[in-house]
Design a protein around this ligand. Structure first.
Ligand code: 13P
Length: 345
């Protein structure tokens, strides 16, 4: 295992002002996204939509990497260029979702376990050959009455560490994603507690299974109130509690955090990312705090596209704006008036 090479690749993904576009929605998830704009989820439509995002002018100024789904990693663009090469030719690192989704966790109603470890080494060897350089695995932790249980947290953390070790041995940087869901009416304190317990166990398992912390990135949730909570915490509280939670749990040897947006609106995710970076600059933290947004970057372009080829310029403009604003938030330099300014690199 070439730890130094993995560490350099991990650091490059969190270059200041840059972050990751998560475009790795599974077939079921992308169908739900397309349903929301009344577009049919065909293989060609999925390719056209994603190729349109990847060809947007100037995005390499703000986007360091893109997470792909297996289907996309094997697709070619309209001119015959493989989409993986289209990205790497632009200096954007292509990565891949490698988990196989969630199943109910046996013996623990309401909780989930992520599957996909069988045959993972062989799949990753092929992905490396295809030019992919990082790999994402998403574990899901649900907050509710009596959950998450220590059993669920431990089972998911164990699988995350197993996948991370296999990834590093295959030469791909693991993007370790333990997502504490924001679904529910719980307060921010419950999210803090679940996130803290999850990160503690995740790093314990990563350590036990010999994962090189310098050669990975963490993709966590922000510490936020439940999406249907009556009093949702403001950005300053989200920032203070997120940074505090991380200081309690994330070793300094791990180079970067790339947040998921997790169902926050794009604006909310941007404002919170900005507040977190402002707070981090104030208190001092050892890790980059960046983004790996799916919906946070794609909601606006998806809506602008609406499944119509003639809408591509509007969709690309919307994507470019979100990428630039999210980058500004990564630097703690986002201001609301930027939402209406024209985009320049
Ligand atoms: P969201 O930003 O939409 O949560 O997606 C990120 C992701 O990759 C989830 O696995």
């Amino acid at each position: 295992m070439d730890t130094e090479k993995l560490a350099a690749a991990a650091r490059a993904l969190v270059t200041p002002g840059k972050g990751i576009l998560a475009a790795d929605e599974s077939s079921g998830t992308i169908k739900r996204r397309f349903d929301s704009i009344n577009a049919e989820s065909t293989e060609d439509n999925r390719r056209n939509y994603r190729e349109m995002l990847f060809r947007t002018d100037d995005i390499e100024a703000w986007i360091s990497g893109v997470i792909l789904y297996d289907e996309t990693a094997r697709q070619k663009g309209v001119d015959g260029t493989p989409l993986v090469r289209l990205l790497s030719d632009r200096g954007i690192v292509p990565g891949i979702k490698v988990d196989k989704g969630t199943q109910p966790l046996a013996g623990s109603p309401g909780e989930l376990i992520t599957e996909g470890l069988d045959g993972l080494g062989q799949r990753l060897a092929e992905y490396y050959e295809m030019g992919l350089r990082f790999a994402k695995w998403r574990a899901v932790i649900t907050v509710g009455e009596g959950i998450p249980t220590p059993y669920c947290i431990e089972a998911n953390a164990h699988a995350l560490a197993r996948y991370a070790a296999v990834s590093q041995h295959a030469g791909l940087v693991p993007i370790v994603e333990p997502e504490v869901l924001m679904d529910g009416d719980h307060g921010i304190d419950d999210c803090y507690a679940a996130t803290k317990a999850t990160l503690q166990e995740t790093f314990a398992q990563l350590s036990r299974q010999g994962v090189a912390l310098a050669g990975m990135l963490l993709k966590p949730n922000m510490v936020v109130s439940g999406s249907s909570a009556s009093n949702r915490a403001d950005p300053a509280t989200v920032a203070a509690m997120t940074v505090e939670c991380f200081k309690q749990t994330i070793p300094a040897a791990m180079p970067g955090v790339v947040f998921l947006s997790g169902g926050q609106t794009d604006n909310e995710a941007t404002v919170n990312l900005n507040a977190i970076n402002v707070e981090a600059a104030k208190v001092g933290v050892p890790w980059a705090l960046s983004f790996s947004f799916g919906r946070g970057l794609q909601s606006a372009p998806l809506k602008a596209w609406g499944g119509k080829a003639k809408q591509a310029p509007a969709a690309q403009a919307a994507f470019k704006l979100r990428a630039r604003l999210t980058s500004a938030a990564q630097l703690g330099k986002y201001t609301p008036d930027m939402e209406t300014q024209s985009v320049t690199v």
